[in-house]
Design a protein around this ligand. Structure first.
Ligand code: UD1
Length: 422
């Protein structure tokens, strides 16, 4: 397995182009199942999670053509052969469950394995299931698979979600586009990836109002057509690279970055003494003076602080002046990076969903292990600031969510390389 080797202590200077959002692409791709006509996605990220979704869709008979080195994906569901999402593919990635809503909507049936993905909590599917049942689906769990049918098709309904789940909102939004009548999703998630999905579905002919708010109204239509849609900027990749100059010093401009995508995160950076400036092409970030200051962070649903930036923020706070408290409210068991950061000299105490970080002057390079996607990148960031060499092993998680991380960081001056493993 590959490792990433980082030599700390080099200031960064230059521009990093931010890719299209992994989490948007992973819901836009299954949206193709709603139509026989092609869906063309531009600005697609080149990631192993995208390959996993491609394999899943191909296993259902979807034709996927990749162009421009993977940046353009043309998907066509005109000759579907299956409505079963197999465990062998689904176990690799939780987002595989996003085929459930579209399959039920267009084919009135779906068999979907319960998902796997990062080991960051139980990750159940009750909200998806309850919501689709409210729309008339019958769903049963047999042998680890959800068996879902909607005889005569899904029906529009008032669908209140007990929690604003991102995936459940996406599944219901897609399903409702072809349901009979009006669906009102209450307590809907408001993440930018959901807004992006709604824009794409509207391009395909769907009737949707209210995306980006807690109430989304969808008027079902008989069919959806062809569309071309650019994937929104990846706000998590953006936030990650915004942190790079905070660790290493210097100044980095994140091309394609938008403040509205990372507002709550940028507010915390400001409070920590980091300068974030809007430019014509993106966002420029630099430390104002030396070490950042301690800040408290609580992860929340959008527009709150994103759980997917918690590990990176914790790594930054390891060398902040003072003590910071991080509360993880979205996933249990999402502090697996803490013991690894401690190996690098950090002073962190974890009690349940709360981590207390006492800032130290410097981290020291060490061999560390990546445990999930965001944890792995937080260790690379920590390595940029650490004295000496940091070797991050088990980086396969990293390739799920960050394209060419070592190339992007070395282009702005970081001393980082990938070492191929056996
Ligand atoms: C999506 C993102 C992920 C991000 C998360 C929260 C994708 C592909 N992934 O994941 O990167 O960390 O949003 O912003 O977009 N839950 C239930 N029952 C359900 C569904 C969820 O209890 O039926 C719980 C989960 O266990 C978790 C919380 O709700 O504790 C948040 O999950 P959800 O918003 O659904 O996240 P995902 O869509 O899986």
């Amino acid at each position: 397995m590959d490792s990433i080797v980082v030599q700390g202590g080099t200031a960064l200077q230059g521009k990093i182009k931010i890719a299209g959002a992994k989490n948007a692409a992973l819901t836009l791709m299954p949206a193709t199942l709603l139509s026989e006509e092609p869906l063309t996605l531009t600005n697609a990220p080149r990631l192993s999670d995208i390959q996993t979704m491609t394999a899943l869709l191909q296993s259902l008979g979807v034709e996927v053509t990749s162009m421009q080195d993977g940046k353009v994906q043309v998907l066509s569901s005109h000759a579907m052969t299956s409505t079963t999402a197999d465990y062998e593919i689904v176990r690799k990635m939780r987002a595989s469950n996003l085929v459930l809503g579209p399959l039920l909507a267009r084919h009135h049936q779906a068999v979907v394995s319960l998902p796997g993905g990062c080991a960051i909590g139980a990750r159940p599917m009750d909200i998806h299931v309850t919501a689709l049942e409210t729309m008339g689906a019958e769903i049963e769990l047999k042998d680890g698979y959800l068996h879902a049918t909607a005889k005569g098709g899904l029906k529009g309904a008032r669908v209140p979600l007990r929690f604003a789940s991102v995936g459940a909102t996406e599944n219901v939004l897609m399903a409702a586009t072809l349901a009979k009548g009006t669906t009102i999703i209450e307590n809907a998630a408001r993440e930018p990836e959901i807004v992006d999905l709604a824009h794409c579905l509207r391009r395909m002919g769907a009737q949707i109002e209210g995306e980006g708010t807690s109430t989304i109204t969808i008027e079902g239509v008989d069919r959806l057509g062809a569309a071309t849609h650019p994937v929104v900027t990846d706000r998590i990749e953006l936030g990650t690279y915004m942190l790079a100059p905070v660790f290493a010093g210097g100044e980095v401009e994140c091309i394609g970055g938008r403040l509205d995508l990372v507002q709550s995160f940028a507010e915390k950076l400001d409070a920590a003494g980091v300068a974030v400036t809007e430019t014509a092409d993106g966002l420029k970030v630099a430390r104002k003076n030396g070490r950042p200051s301690a800040v408290n962070v609580t992860t929340e649903v959008f527009p709150g602080f994103p759980t997917d930036l918690q590990a990176q923020m914790m790594a930054m706070l390891c060398t902040a002046k003072g003590t910071s408290v991080l509360e993880e409210k979205i996933f249990e068991n999402r502090f697996m990076h803490a013991p690894e950061l401690i190996r690098m000299g950090a002073d962190i105490e974890v009690h349940g969903g709360t981590a207390t970080v006492h800032g130290v002057e410097r981290l020291k390079g060490a061999p560390v292990m990546a445990t999930d996607l965001r944890a792995s990148v937080s260790l690379i960031l920590a390595g940029l600031a650490a004295e000496g060499e940091t070797v991050v092993s088990r980086v396969y998680h990293l390739d799920r969510g960050y394209e060419h991380v070592e190339e992007k960081l070395s282009a702005v001056g970081a001393k980082i390389e990938r070492v191929a493993g056996s």
